[in-house]
Structures are given as C-alpha cells and as structure tokens.
Design a protein around this ligand. Structure first.
Ligand code: ZN
Length: 96
C-alpha cells in the first residue's frame, strides 16, 4: 500500500482548519486531506520526509478534491526540496 498521511497528521490538519475546507468561499467540512505535491512513488523517493508531512497536506471537502479548486494549493518541486532539506536538518538535530 502506498504511504499516506498518518492519523495524527490528518487530525492535526483537521484541527488547524477547525474542520472546514481550505478553499475560499467553500463552507463544507473537510473530508479529504489533499497532497499539495502529488503522492507518487517518485515523489516518495525524492521527498520522503516532506511528502506525508503536515506541510504537504491541506484539508478540503470531497467536492473541492474532485474539482479544479485543489490546484491553488499546489507546490513546486523546488519548494518541496526546500521543505525536505528543512525537515532533514530537524531530523539531524541541526535545527531544534
Ligand atoms: Zn470545499
């Protein structure tokens, strides 16, 4: 099975958004945690710390997850690399 956000990460994202979809103007509750950078095998290899982290997740309603609205949360691979380096420094104790 492909890795995904942990339950703790999902709950944290849900709580940080008070349970509501992040799309401006949408009043629906969060149903899905969307991967801002797609949850692919290649990305999992390149960004193992970042891909399933809270930085890569945004809570959205089912309707917004199925439509184009989610594209506004997309992040670039350059941004993903910066997050990955940052998370690696935390892991290595360079940043506390
Ligand atoms: Zn929505």
């Amino acid at each position: 099975m492909r890795p995904n956000f942990s339950e703790g990460t999902k709950q944290g994202i849900y709580a940080s958004q008070n349970g509501f979809c992040a799309v401006p103007g949408c009043l629906e509750k969060i149903v899905d945690i969307h991967h801002r950078l797609a949850n692919t095998k290649v990305h999992q290899k390149l960004y193992p710390l970042f891909l399933q982290s809270p930085f890569n997740g945004v809570g959205i309603s089912r309707g917004c997850h199925q439509g184009p609205e989610k594209e506004q949360f997309k992040i670039t691979e350059q941004q993903a690399r910066m997050y990955e380096e940052y998370l690696q420094k935390i892991k290595d104790g360079i940043i506390k």
